[in-house]
Design a protein around this ligand. Structure first.
Ligand SMILES: *Cc1c(COP(=O)(O)O)cnc(C)c1O
Length: 384
């Protein structure tokens, strides 16, 4: 079925059906079209495909799927999450100002500060869980608000609907990085956001075996502008990776359910552990964003962070882990743990990082879909 015929089906069903019926042979698995270019039927005519940077049937199936999953008019697939974000930032001009969540992926901070900052784009980092702080940061030059919710690595929750109201009032583009929850658990466009960003390398891919990114625009006009930028600059996803991502998305709902169940059980277990000083997981009633998360999401996801007493203890835990891998990244079926201050967030200056609570005692855990008993057994020995 074409994606537009699928809009009435549930998200779970649409995920499973991605790519089915796209080929006249009846193939259930989406074909991989490797062709870089396409024959024209006549001068001035096109099959709809001219050149693969501009459009590819395998990527198109993925992009249409991403658009319907997020509830947007247009989806675009990129070679990485950073490629998607970079293309999106090219929408702005020198002199423009952005407001950005301070609890943010380190690479997003780096590209804004080290690359777009030099080209004249300014950014303010604020606690986007605080509406008044966001409003106070608005300047005459402000063009957009970019948030991550839950935040990274402290899992703070921002109120998407309230921020959408604010950005509409001030005529700002509202961008939500939905990498941590995916459309299976959170659909920002339905709550009023204008664009959703993904590192599809994480949960959308879900198996730590591909690098991809996505943008989904709520309105066709903005989608067309983003497509123009993608085609002009070229950071597209390859046909092979597009196929792999479609294949991976089929199990997204199942995976997110299990990630969420495991993360909740582990967050509760860590809370009562004597070596653990604090646990950050929006599914815990003690989390300041719990009520809001319950309202705006369909589950709390698989990411949590926790704090141990000393930096030495945090390092010792990572070195003792056996089943859980000490590795960067997140969102795979395999459990991964990292030290954000040293790995993912090392590009944020130390003082700024510590002010935000990202110190060397904080561990971030991407809880996989293994048996929760095996994960707790590994944590037990690593914390001992
Ligand atoms: C990983 C990540 C990115 C960057 O994506 P890549 O695929 O690594 O380029 C952006 N935002 C968030 C929230 C991420 O976790």
């Amino acid at each position: 079925m074409r994606e537009e015929e699928n809009r009435d089906l549930t998200l779970e069903t649409r995920l499973v059906q991605l790519g089915v019926g796209r080929c006249q042979t009846g193939a259930i698995s989406l074909p991989i079209y490797t062709s870089a270019t396409y024959r024209h039927p006549a001068v001035g005519e096109s099959t709809g495909y001219d050149y693969t940077r501009s459009g590819n049937p395998t990527r198109a199936a993925l992009e249409e799927g991403l658009a319907t999953l997020e509830g947007g008019a247009r989806g675009l697939a990129f070679s990485s999450g950073m490629a998607a974000l970079t293309t999106l930032f090219l929408h702005f001009a020198a002199g423009d100002h952005l407001i950005v969540s301070e609890d943010l992926y380190g690479g997003t901070y780096r590209v804004i500060e080290e690359i777009f900052g030099k080209l004249g784009l300014a950014a303010s980092y604020v606690d986007t869980g605080d509406l008044a702080a966001v409003e106070a940061a608005i300047r005459p030059q402000t063009k957009a608000l970019l948030i991550e919710t839950p935040g990274n690595p402290l899992l703070g929750i921002a109120d998407i609907a309230a921020l959408a109201h604010l950005t509409r009032r001030h005529d700002l583009l509202f961008i939500v990085d939905n990498t941590f929850l995916t459309p299976a658990l959170q659909r920002p466009l339905e709550l009023g956001a204008d664009v959703v960003v993904h590192s599809a390398t994480k949960y959308l891919g879900g198996h730590s075996d591909l690098c991809a990114g996505a943008l989904v625009a709520r309105e066709a006009e903005l989608g067309e502008r983003l497509y123009f930028l993608q085609n002009a600059t070229g950071a597209i996803l390859s046909p092979q990776e597009s196929w792999l991502l479609v294949r991976s998305l089929k199990t997204l709902s199942l995976r997110m359910e299990r990630h969420s169940a495991n993360a909740l059980a582990i967050a509760q277990w860590l809370q009562q552990h004597p070596e653990v000083e604090a646990v950050y997981y929006p599914g815990l009633p003690e989390h300041p964003g719990y009520e809001l998360a319950k309202r705006q999401t369909h589950g709390f996801g698989g990411m949590l962070s926790f704090r141990v007493r000393t930096a030495e203890k945090a390092r010792a835990v990572l070195e003792k882990l056996q089943l859980i891998s000490f590795a960067e990244s997140l969102g795979g079926v395999e459990s991964l743990m990292t030290l954000p201050a040293v790995q993912t967030h090392s590009d944020i200056p130390k003082e700024e990082r510590e002010r935000r609570g990202v110190s060397e005692t904080l561990l971030r855990f991407s809880v996989g879909i293994e048996s929760v008993d095996d994960l707790i057994a590994d944590l037990t020995q690593a914390l001992s």
